[in-house]
Design a protein around this ligand. Structure first.
Ligand SMILES: Nc1ncnc2c1ncn2[C@@H]1O[C@H](COP(=O)(O)OP(=O)(O)OP(=O)(O)O)[C@@H](O)[C@H]1O
Ligand SMILES: [Mg+2]
Length: 236
């Protein structure tokens, strides 16, 4: 039986990969400012607009910052929260308190990563965790893999289709390991276009099980309407 798909929130990406595989976890990596959070917010906005329940786990930004970032794209997170469609879970505060008042030992951090799934309310079908990179700091790479595997397992058990964001700052070693835990992996990056000499943003779909994926990088731009994939050979 063919796997069910859910919208990525990007019309063009839905055409290219038919959406994310339902009930699975996709790892989103990329360096600072490349567009990881926007990709996550766009996914959440799409499904809240459809009346589906979503959760956004924030480890680095406050809910207030995320709300104001989202409103810049016309996505009213507050409205979704008021409608009971969105729950923003702030891990940031718990993490700060922990770091300040106790020894931020590996053990303490580990508990957090796997506990994330427990905090997701029932009936949530779409989850974005932004981002798990902070948990890797000071954690041996194999322990990080174990923790992430567990989180992925728990999210799947809850029936959630999830994006787990991990910044490139934790290093390739961690990201490569993380990539094996998840069903799909997307890398966002910037490079100079040798023909135009202009910098561009690109999506590399590194893997998506059960899915035909393009080998080409997909150029995208971020505007007031969010992420848009620019014309590619797929349009021909
Ligand atoms: N309203 C907007 N219109 C156009 N571009 C915007 C708008 N808001 C943000 N951006 C662009 O989106 C980028 C931010 O993307 P985003 O916050 O998703 O990055 P990130 O990969 O999550 O970064 P970090 O690792 O710092 O969390 C900014 O660099 C900015 O150029
Ligand atoms: Mg971000």
């Amino acid at each position: 039986m063919a796997i069910s798909r859910v919208s990525t929130g990007l019309k063009e990406l839905d055409t290219i990969i038919q959406g994310y595989p339902e009930g699975k976890t996709i790892l989103v990596t990329g360096d600072a400012g490349v567009g990881k959070t926007v990709l996550g917010l766009q996914y959440i906005a799409e499904h809240c607009e459809n009346g589906e329940r979503c959760a956004l786990v924030a480890t680095e930004e406050s809910p207030e910052d995320l709300r104001s970032q989202a409103i810049g794209f016309g996505w009213d997170l507050k409205k979704y929260e008021d409608e009971g469609l969105l729950k923003i879970l702030e891990v940031l505060e718990r993490r700060m308190i922990e770091a300040r008042f106790s020894d931020p030992s590996e053990k303490g951090m580990e508990i957090h990563l796997k506990d994330i799934a427990d905090w997701i309310p029932e009936n949530v079908t779409h989850v974005v965790v932004d981002n798990v990179g902070v948990y890797a700091l000071g954690m041996p790479v194999e322990r990080f893999r174990e923790q992430l595997d567990l989180l992925v397992f728990m999210l799947a058990k809850k029936g959630c289709t999830s994006l787990i964001i991990c910044d490139d700052a934790v290093g390739e070693q961690y990201n490569n390991v993380a990539m094996y835990s998840t069903y799909g992996a997307i890398w966002l990056f910037r490079r100079e276009n040798p023909y135009t000499n202009r910098r561009e943003r690109l999506i590399d779909i590194r893997k998506m099980r059960s899915t035909e994926v393009p080998l080409d990088y997909l150029p995208f731009e971020i505007s007031g309407a969010g992420i848009k994939i620019l014309k590619t050979s797929f349009d021909d």
